[in-house]
Design a binder for this molecule. Structure first.
Ligand SMILES: NC(=O)c1ccc[n+]([C@@H]2O[C@H](COP(=O)([O-])OP(=O)(O)OC[C@H]3O[C@@H](n4cnc5c(N)ncnc54)[C@H](O)[C@@H]3O)[C@@H](O)[C@H]2O)c1
Ligand SMILES: [Zn+2]
Length: 699
């Protein structure tokens, strides 16, 4: 089936939901409906507006105010405060200040002087395009089906053919004041138009009511999609050139390739997080004849290339004779060539006042027969970059299916990418958190201490893979953390640290989901108590398997992945006070915990050469939240201390030097410190979090 053919865009407008909303409420309602469907506009793409009569707070008189989506944000998820508000008469008066294209940037500064009601929301560069259209409601969206027409060689002719006299056409021009004037003039001169296609860019539509505007936007997009479906050539992208690898092989290749790429593109800059997709639209493209000619043309809609860079890097890979070693060996040269090409583009197109060159590494990697990998500062940005490139693929498919696809001219692309206003937008973005761009794997991540560590690392910006043998607890922990920190950053996988293959699978998942790993917290554990005479071989062995061998298996796989990445890394072992302080009646547990501590020190020695730090945190008596303390261990400890289970926490508090209870969050704080940049010069260390215990003082 034709990829451009949309299942009919559903009309989601509900009279009951709209009833009782004021004009701004209707605008927000419409905006959220439009943004809820990626076929209508990409994430963060497009904007909406309404001209609304308001009471001026100073004069008490009625004034016309433009409500228009402000800079940044996304129409699908925006709230009322996402709109900038401007006096229409002041906005109109700016026309008298405008003296030509060289004035563009100055005009944006003047928008601030039109602000109604002290609204602090920054205006977007599309403000003039909304303000100068003489209709009450205006939508601007980046629908793939419409951009496919707009990015075709003969975009204007196609627009006429599809829409007749109801939609106008303006050739590509960078959005701004000047384009706003042109759009306004066209809308005024053609009352019969319900919108305009902007060449190489997207769609503007308008109407006199919010509902009418919404329905017009849907109808116009649907019309383009239907027309493309009927008129597209039979062989998409010139037909398939190669066969795709099977699904399992595609995943395996992603798992091997992503850490290698990650190491090379993170060197010298901040670490990046990866995203892999082999969605059908991507596979069609990367297996096709025409990928080789289309990919270098670059993307068209400005929104696309701001997220994906103007061009992807197509890796040299033969899926018929897959040779991963060769693929990885070729990465250095391929990435270096990409960077050189990007630097040449920057040098050739820069203006005297252009911002400094940004990261020259590719964002999108296309692998023939396998799929697409994207890398960005965090998981959401990497995923969204991939979604944008899928938009670009849809556009190339639509345009080349009915005509020839054209990308944006290089200088035009540069002028948007390095536009001072775009730079200002980047500067407004929140500063990265200490662990932004880093990925952590936490064994026993569904337990009391593990989940607290996850929460602490997520709060610092890390992505987290929870790995635990308890699948029910894992699902609960993942759901809770996703609700707090967002789905993108949290993954979970069942793991038995005593199984070699299970450990290997967990690290492979980290590679596939995040592109690699930076932090490994080895925390999975159990507790047991028995006098030596009563310690069965099975009990002894179970402690050794989970706490000693398990920590070895996890560390070994961590080292393999970290060495492949070549970015250093940090491991933290959650051992125990009992690993330092001998304790009667728990020799199996104490001995296994001592093995952990010594293993950490051996690994600190071996890891140093690779920038891999290995440290240990020793908790003691963390009763709250811990599953260990809910079972038999709790009963035994209460019995041996001759107190009730409820009084146990108080017993341990009194036993500590500081007379305080130790909580999972306290342990998490220590783990986060050792894992993160504050401890970048510490390895082979032990940090006790036990409220003070003289027996466990290190010496
Ligand atoms: N709670 C304490 O008082 C205390 C004191 C000293 C040390 N520790 C250590 O802290 C770590 C975390 O303990 P907690 O208190 O959060 O207990 P917890 O039971 O709440 O968490 C431990 C987690 O490890 C998981 N796990 C057990 N066996 C596993 C295996 N084979 N593979 C993968 N996962 C497995 C469990 O399912 C559980 O979710 C353990 O290593 C424990 O020995 C805890
Ligand atoms: Zn746009």
């Amino acid at each position: 089936m034709n990829a451009q053919r949309l299942d009919r865009l559903p009309n989601l407008w509900r009279a009951a939901s709209a009833a009782g909303l004021d004009e701004a409420g209707l605008l927000l309602y419409r905006s959220n409906l439009l943004g809820s469907d990626l076929r209508i506009t990409n994430f963060g793409g497009g904007n909406t507006s309404a001209k609304i009569t308001e009471i001026d707070p100073l004069t008490g008189e009625k004034v016309s105010v433009l409500w228009v989506k402000g800079s940044g944000g996304d129409i699908g998820s925006m709230k009322r405060d996402g709109f900038a508000t401007l006096y229409m008469d002041k906005l109109e008066s700016l026309k008298g200040h405008y003296s030509g294209l060289a004035d563009e940037d100055r005009m944006v500064g003047l928008f601030e002087h039109c602000t109604f009601n002290l609204n602090p929301r920054a205006t977007s560069i599309d403000t003039a395009l909304h303000g100068f259209v003489p209709h009450a409601h205006v939508d601007h969206v980046h629908a793939d089906a419409v951009i496919a027409l707009a990015a075709a060689k003969d975009a204007e002719r196609l627009t006429g053919e599809v829409y007749g006299k109801e939609i106008g056409f303006l050739p590509w021009q960078r959005p701004g004041f000047d384009l706003g004037l042109k759009l306004g003039a066209m809308a005024t001169a053609h009352p019969e138009y319900v919108g305009v296609v902007l060449g190489g860019h997207g769609l503007f539509t308008w109407a006199e009511t919010a509902q009418d505007c919404y329905e017009t936007t849907l109808r116009i997009i649907q019309k383009a999609a239907d027309w493309l479906a009927v008129n597209e050539r039979q062989s998409v992208f010139g037909g398939a050139k190669i066969l795709a690898l099977d699904a399992a092989a595609r995943k395996k290749l992603a798992q091997e390739l992503m850490p290698a790429i990650r190491g090379k593109i993170s060197a010298g800059s901040s670490p990046k997080i990866g995203h892999f997709t082999d969605a059908p639209a991507v596979l069609d493209f990367v297996c096709s004849h025409d990928m080789a000619t289309l990919a270098p043309l670059g993307t068209s809609c400005p929104d696309h290339f701001l997220r994906t860079k103007i061009r992807p890097l197509v890796l040299d890979f033969d899926s018929a004779k897959p040779d991963v070693t060769r693929l990885i060996a070729g990465l250095d040269a391929a990435i270096a060539a990409y960077r050189a090409d990007y630097a040449a583009y920057y040098e050739a197109c820069r203006h005297p006042n252009s911002p400094a060159m940004r990261d020259a590494n590719p964002v999108i990697f296309l692998v023939p027969g396998m799929g697409m990998i994207s890398f960005a500062r965090d998981k959401a940005t990497a995923r969204i970059a991939a979604e944008f490139y899928i938009n670009a693929i849809n556009v190339m498919r639509g345009a080349s299916g009915v005509s020839a696809y054209v990308g944006l001219p290089r200088q035009e692309a540069f002028d948007i990418e390095y536009w001072l206003l775009e730079e200002a937008k980047l500067q407004r973005m929140p500063k990265p958190k200490p662990l932004t761009g880093q990925a952590a794997l936490i064994t026993g991540g569904a337990g009391g201490i593990g989940a607290a560590v996850a929460s602490r690392l997520l709060a610092d910006g890390a992505c987290v893979l929870l790995a635990d043998i308890d699948e029910a607890a894992l699902a609960t922990a993942q759901a809770a953390l996703s609700t707090r920190f967002g789905k993108d950053q949290v993954r979970a996988i069942p793991l038995d640290v005593t199984s070699e293959t299970s450990v290997i699978d967990s690290f492979a998942m980290a590679a596939q989901e995040f592109g690699g790993i930076d932090i490994v917290v080895s925390n999975a554990g159990i507790a047991s108590a028995a006098t030596v005479a009563d310690t069965s071989l099975a009990l002894w062995q179970n402690n050794m398997d989970i706490l000693a061998t398990g920590y070895f298996l996890v560390a070994r796989q961590a080292f393999r992945l970290l060495q492949l990445q070549g970015m250093g890394g940090s491991m933290v072992f959650v051992a125990s006070k009992n690993g330092l302080a001998a304790s009667a009646g728990a020799s199996a547990y104490c001995t296994a915990k001592a093995a952990e501590i010594h293993l950490a020190r051996c690994l600190a020695l071996e890891g140093a050469a690779f920038g891999i730090r290995v440290n240990t945190v020793n908790p003691d008596a963390v009763l709250r939240g811990s599953k260990i303390w809910q079972g038999e261990w709790r009963t035994q400890r209460a019995r041996s201390n001759h107190v009730s289970e409820d009084d146990l926490e108080e017993v341990y508090r009194q036993r500590s030097l500081l007379k305080r209870s130790v909580l999972p969050e306290d342990v998490a704080e220590a783990v986060a410190f050792l894992a993160g940049p504050l401890a970048e010069k510490s390895t082979g260390n032990i940090l006790n979090v036990d409220a003070g215990n003289a027996q466990a003082f290190t010496r």
